[in-house]
Ligand binder design. Sequence first.
Ligand code: ADP
Ligand code: MG
Length: 894
Amino acid sequence: QIQRALRSLCIPLERLHIMKGHMMQDMCKGLSRQTHTQAKVRMLPTYICSTPNGTEKGNFLVVELCQNQVRILLVTLYGDGNMSPQMMYKIFDMPEGIMKGEGEALFDFIAQCVSQFLAETTSPDTSSSEERLPLGFVFPFSCKQTQLDKAELLSWSKGFSCSGVVGKDVVQMLQSAINKQELSHVDVVALMNDTVGTLMTCSTEGRPCEIAVVADKGSNCCFMAEAYLVETAEETSGRMCVNTEWGCFGDDGTLNDIFTPYDESVDEESCNPGEKRFEKLVGTLYLGEIVRHALIALTAEKALFTGTDIAVLKQKGVFTIQHVLDIINNEDGTSDVKRVLEVLGLQPSERDCGRVQQICRAVVGRAATLHAVGLAAILSYMCQTRDLETLMVNVGVEGELYTGYSRFEEILQSVSRLLSPECMATLLPSRDGSGRGAAMVTAVALRLAAQRRVVNEVLGPLRLTHADLEKVQALMRQEMEKGLGKHTNATASVRMLPTYVTHTPDGTERGDFLALDLGGTNFRVLVVRVTEEGISMASEIYVIPVPIMQGTGERLFDHIIDCIMDFQTKQNMMTQTLPLGFTFSFPCQQMGLDKALLLTWTKGFTASGCVGQDVVQLLRDAARRKQHSGLQVVALLNDTVGTMMSCGYDDPKCEIGLIVGTGTNACYMEEMRNVGTVEGDEGRMCINMEWGAFGDNGCLDHLFTHFDRVVDETTINPGKQRFEKLISGMYLGEIVRQILLVMTEKQLLFQGKPSSKLQTRNIFQTKFLSTIEVNGLALRQIRGILNELDLDASFEDCVLLREVCQAVSLRAAQLCAAGLAAVVEKMRENRGLDRLSVSVGVDGTLYKLHPCFSQNLQKTLKDLAPNCDVSFHLSEDGSGKGAALVAAVASRAA
Ligand code: ADP
Ligand code: MG
């Protein structure tokens, strides 16, 4: 019978694994917005989003509401790694009746305690000083917390039942009571559950404590969860401490099969049968009771205390946790067991003593094991949600079972390791968790608030309001009009260059064409076949060495012809003469489809003797020099035009082209009557806006931040392409780097220490923004990027870095949208429509690969141009296809 009883208290390993799985499922249920109301494991957000980093310092008041008592502490932190906080405290007994009286009286009493404590502990000159005294409030009742300093009481417990408090904000109530005591320098900054304090005191220098287990009368655990997974709280970046309230695990029946008849008896006799099932297996309030019921049952089965009177065991609560611990902690012999049982009024035999000891060990050992199951669930959950292969973490432990049961730590460690072998937990004892911890929470909250103010000061200028964007839209519109006007064109920052492309494709274009693409990241030669079945092509990438980019024009164009001849040889088409379209992505004054004067080089090209010349002629001249007679250049076009044309082949509504890659630019179909720089009023013409230069006349100066000015000054074309420098891939990474430098200087990042790599120009690439801003926190990747830059980043550094990237890329997308809004609104007005439906063909790696850019762009455009329905199509190889389509139109006309 004893063996059977012991077996029933011992849970097999497979069952522990299953239980861990259930715990993890319940945790997810508690965190999810849809299911949290039905969840047994409540997973309450605490709004504590950081652990101490050791720099916290100052004086902090703590008010702890305990059973029958109020404890007031004054904690002084020295900012020295929190190694040596100084603490003073006083305990006040609560007068009769307060716990069940009016709520206001309870808070008034607490405030009086605070007042009395301060009068006794602080000298008159400090109490009269201007300095604020922050207060942390440990309030161990179930609350609906919506901020660190905002918590509605859900229900009283532990013998409290004050009126007029349930449903009220208890922080507000305490603050009002304190204000009545004329302690207006005391601010209630944070409210917390006692578990959180444990977590806060166990952070060691170097590694924060991120889990706390309290194994006491009740049992609970809290841990730092990824904030975006805590769907019941608004916070989405960083982490937040979640109070699991795991005592209720099993209330839906999942633990029924491990419940023994003794556990059932304990539950039935409790004041809340069927609730807190897990806690009733592991809390020290219940362990003595479980043993008591086991002894009663075994005596009835005649396996214990035969022939003696056990009436004393019938009394609820006689067998306490202290009795149990006294019985099991003695390793040698049973003399202690005998003494304990005799004091209780039992007459045990030698054999009884041994058996009682075995039962006690089984009950307490099971409690430790079940704590390990819960811990293992949390460890694996953290490991998975942080996308780690292995998790190393500090776990703060506190409570009667931990301090009283010598094998607790060993069991917690070894069983959790067995269940979650991918995790390495280091157990740390917590000293006075709730008092010291509350001071820490308060200190961390103040540190974060101060830090937040500085972050907002730095990033504020990058954040644009709707009104700011409307103004940009209006300015763009104004510059567009100027650029189109015959007499104002010369002074416009947006050049609005005619392209002589008058129609988008109609799908009937056919033929084989050669195409060149110069001015993007790569120089390419292509052959494009436009057939009834669609468009197919073959291409070859060629390098243009820097000496050629920056040498003479003749050499550059000779090199281009060499590449074409190489391509034709490889394609076995040396003898064919195909019409050629030339995508040339530099600003040109076009005189016709095949006549274009280069206005200026950009993007690192400086070849001499080209500016002011007809680029098509330069190419033809080079062909003659190289005796390549089979070349028939029919059209030159900008890459924006190519992009629009290639998307237009599939979608007749595509009348806008947009590039967001190394640079940014756009084109669209304008009414000929509005194009003052070209003769004729009939039909439409595609206008290459060259909007990258928007603002070069100073009209956007109000938008430029310190960071933008620094970036501009260090480019090869300061003062030029100002709009582009806020938006495109060539610059965003560098803007972020400038912000990081300033933030590091302000001690907001990297502990104030920039690496020498971070001080290198252009080392922070725009593609990093894409990695960093990916949904969910790709922590490992962010760390990887920062390690490459020799930066050792904390978790909070990573979160802040992400915020910086988001601010920069969001602004870029919004500005781009403001530009586009001006374009679509103009097109709508041109056509006299109430609503315009139009498509945009888009190219550029930033637009295509950044995780949020396109969404932000489209959302802002909807806000700014609500009367336009704009859809976006990614262009596949726009420069090549587009060049062929323009060439098709041109050769047909010819
Ligand atoms: P181009 O505009 O020269 O034709 P792309 O469209 O490929 O060439 O754009 C190149 C630019 O895209 C580079 O300046 C680079 O900063 C940026 N870029 C490259 N990869 C990414 C990425 N993953 N996310 C965002 N931007 C990127
Ligand atoms: Mg390109």
